[in-house]
Write a protein that binds this ligand. Sequence first.
Ligand code: SF4
Ligand code: SF4
Length: 432
Amino acid sequence: MQTSFTDKQLLNKDNKTSESIIRKCVHCGMCNATCPTYGVNGEELEGPRGRIYLIKDMLENKKPATKEIAKHIDSCLSCYSCMTTCPSGVNYMHLIDHGRNYVEETYKRPFLDRLFRNILSFVLPRPNMFLLMALSSKIIKPFSFLFPKFLRNALSLMPDKIPGKKLKEKKVYEVTEGKKISRVALLTGCVQRVISPEINEATIRLLNRHKVEVVVMPDINCCGSLNHHLGKKKSAHDSFKKNIESWHEEYLKNGLDAIISNTSGCGTTLKDYGHIFKNDKDLKKKAKKISDLTKDVTEYLDENLKLNINLQSDKKYKIAYHSACSMQHGQKVHQQPKDLISKTGNEVLDIPEGHLCCGSAGTYNILHQKMAKTLLHNKVKNIEKISPDFISTGNIGCMTQISAGTRIPIIHTVELLDWFTGGPKPYKLDNF
Ligand code: SF4
Ligand code: SF4
């Protein structure tokens, strides 16, 4: 695509990056075919090609975002399905990130919208604040009929139960049997550690059982992606910088062979730290190191360990594998989780139209409830077509979203692998 940025505009490094992305686009429109929002709305500006034009126009002409432009940029799920489809290698992810920041800088949202987004931006990345909100929501839920529909729906996504933690929180989880073969850091996350602590516990148990020492940096909570996708550059970058410094110091002092993410949305952002800070002379090397070290837990297991399968029953299950968008499109980790589950002797079922988003997408299912519900409905219909015993995935957002639409249990892949290698049965499968 031809561009008309001036030389002065191209002195801005973000513009320069976006220009080179835009120039790769040949406006063939193939990406529209796999874009969930285009599929539902059928409008050019609700697809990747249309959004690329909108961003190009704003940046080249220094146009502030309007209500209409913000609507189309906001409605993108950042699912990156378009990147998998694009034959020209357009890095839509980096372009939409720039577009979101630009919208946030130039568009004044209506008061209530601004307030709600600021609350999400402040509360979600802080586990203690989020726990307080989750506990309060339990008290408020019976009276939710008093609230507007929007808040009622948002409340319905809050967990009914906050599971207790079984593993004591500490910095280093040492290997207790045999000699350690590796040392990794684990990102325990913000929302996940509150609503599903069993995922981090299963990860630590599984790694320790396979002789891998696990480090959890006490000062690291959120990876920064929640704010990154809200276009809140400063808050996101504060988290990014803190995380990079903390892990890098640990890497230099005590050694780290990998940084493990068990939430694919966060893993995608960690793997992008190197790009985000590529023009920062103080941080670029450290950020690249952190990105290079980052692995999704299934990617790490597949590449580095031979799982000691230890089944506690002969029963075999039909497991539908839901490949989160951030996993399959963002990180291109698709086959490894399925291979690992297959190795346990259980049957892995592919979900029809598995490339399409379930509508979770960070805060998307809170901020864009209508589209999120449509996508959830389609996803559940496709899952139910293949009648699995249960569903497995590697992203807490998808787990929360999909479980709002079906009674079929949904279990994190790492919990399954922990169970099938000698760990406890996931509590959501108690009735099986
Ligand atoms: S598929 Fe790629 S090249 Fe074609 S319009 Fe979409 S982004 Fe542009
Ligand atoms: S990231 Fe997803 S929703 Fe956004 S334009 Fe690409 S395919 Fe469409």
